[in-house]
Design a protein around this ligand. Sequence first.
Ligand code: PLP
Length: 415
Amino acid sequence: MSEPMSLLGEAEKLDAADRLAAVRERFVLDDVTYLDGNSLGALPAHVPARVEDVVRRQWGELRIRSWEESGWWTAPERIGDRIAPLVGAAAGQVVVGDSTSVNVFKALVAAVRMAQEDGGTGGTGGTSGAGPVRDEILVDATTFPTDGYIAESAARMTGCALRPVTPAEVPGALGDRTAAVLLNHVDYRTGRLHDLPALTAAVHAAGAYVVWDLCHSAGALPVGLDEHGVDLAVGCTYKYLNGGPGSPAYLYVRRDLQPRFDSPLPGWNSHAEPFGMRPAYAPASGAVRGRVGTPDILSLLALEAALDVWDEEGVSVAAVRAKSLALTDFFLRCVGAYVPDGRVESVTPAAHAERGSQVALRCDDAGEVMKRLIERGVVGDYRAPDVLRFGFTPLYVGFADVERAARVLARTLAG
Ligand SMILES: *Cc1c(COP(=O)(O)O)cnc(C)c1O
């Protein structure tokens, strides 16, 4: 057969021309074809030594002095400023800490509070504004479950009704009762990329606030938070940012909204005077306002080290996006060539403007197929009930990996 040889040959050529190919050496990888970086990014090789220094020297020797001398206290904002350019934000608007779930809660409740402050007597919020009563939250009906659970609780707490709608339905569902809209930038199951600029503009035209969850887009494609006037955003750091298992998430609060950001979790770390030990809460200004309690220093500093990869020569979000699209295009082509027609169906959009950095293939026996794929050294993941998910992290996945994954998939599907 000439087709497999020609795709393999093409993969080799593409790898040879790939300006990000050398970055793979910065990661700890083996013979496994790792296409699960959209769930847990691989380990950058320099991170263990940095973590060891944090543990042995900063904690072991300097102990309490490290809050000052090792920069522990300011790490949430400092590392936020390193993530900021990756999501198109100027400095001073991103703070790192807590999980994505917790940050969804902070952002969504704060968004509703702002909307209710703008408006009349809505929900349990403020009553100062002259606008309409805003007592509805729209949530992405296809969302990653945690966002939906938290939105439901946030709605109850703020006296709002929760309306699950697909992102495509959002423009038609918006109205003068809408307080806030919670959307996923990229659908975790299908890999569909939603139109952040257009949806943000539609939410604003209705006088509401938008919260974007960037878990599957940050580090994989341009987000443009400032450019598109996004209000609030959250995202995790252990997927395409390779921060490590459970590495802390981040929260973006647009600069002009920061004075109005009323956190539902006002901990001492976001107090204007954290060491004043005052009984009454007074919020700090700036991104610090998104903090809650003592930061998770070990995970935070592992993440900080992992972000060094983005300082490498030639590494940029634009370069990553270009390679990501080339990788997913090539994977779809290889699957088309190797897998018999009708055996799997791609649920990832073919249009680049609608595609994240993963390909999701549907087949009835997806759970069993993924188990056998993993046994054969191709690691993707399975999402119930019938989706095979393959994530492509351009910093360490190459075209030969893609060709191999499709070839092994075809063999596995053949039984
Ligand atoms: C991965 C992911 C999360 C994870 O939330 P955690 O609090 O880190 O467990 C949340 N939302 C989306 C859209 C995700 O893809």
